[in-house]
Design a protein around this ligand. Sequence first.
Ligand code: SAM
Length: 277
Amino acid sequence: MPAAILHVVATPIGNLGDLSPRAQQVLREAAAVCAEDTRRSGQLLAHFGIGTPLLALHEHNEQQLAQRLVARLLAGESLALVSDAGTPLVSDPGYRLVRAARQAGVRVSPVPGPSALIAALSVAGLPSDRFAFEGFLPAKAAARRERLAVLAGEARTLVFYESAHRIDASLADLRAAFGDGRPAVLARELTKLFETVLDGSLAGLHARVQADADQRKGEFVLVVQGADEDADANLAEGRRVHAILAKHLPPSAAARLAAEITGAPRKALYGASDSGD
Ligand code: SAM
């Protein structure tokens, strides 16, 4: 008997045509499909005429169920793991089961396919050779702002997941932390009927989202260009020179001269003297 496999199967993020033929075969042949929401995944399986039994595996029972599932795998039953949409483990449950299976020596094999993260990045037109996936920003405003302050200087393209009820607040906080002019792309309802990919500055995207209620509906991926490292270095030098000049000159003159010497934006240096930096 061939050794059992835990298949980690990507499912569509909207368009059902994106379930690959191999994913269909694996789901059909597995002893059971572990799903975040059995009702939702049941509809997907029914659409493809797949009658494999479903088993609920979510954040709250994963730890507890993992060993039982590993025992089934060790007994020779191949299982499939899916999430509600996209690739399991990407801002979705599954890593505890995958880790437990691997630790038990069970083969874990991917059936790759849709993920909102990669789908958004692939159409954003922002630098994608290196990127950092941040998942969901914290729901509470203070924690979200703290996280964004840490990320403001990150040079890699940043990718965030966002929900309809927080997109407005998150864009406002992103503008405050990264500046109005930072280029970004808002990818909404990818592969679905109302798919929209907007690009522009953070301020421009925020204005469009605020002006049109439709642009606040559905599921979002926000892709934000990384910080310009040259501009950051310039600003740091401008602040250093400004701090020296400000000891001897009025703040406005110190800012004007520091800007002239270093090329840093004068306004940003004024900000530094205002805030006592
Ligand atoms: N594992 C999934 C994946 O690989 O894409 C992500 C699961 S996460 C719980 C759900 C989030 O993914 C949504 O809140 C949204 O930010 C993003 N998302 C999922 N489907 C999307 C779609 N069709 N268009 C845009 N964003 C989507």
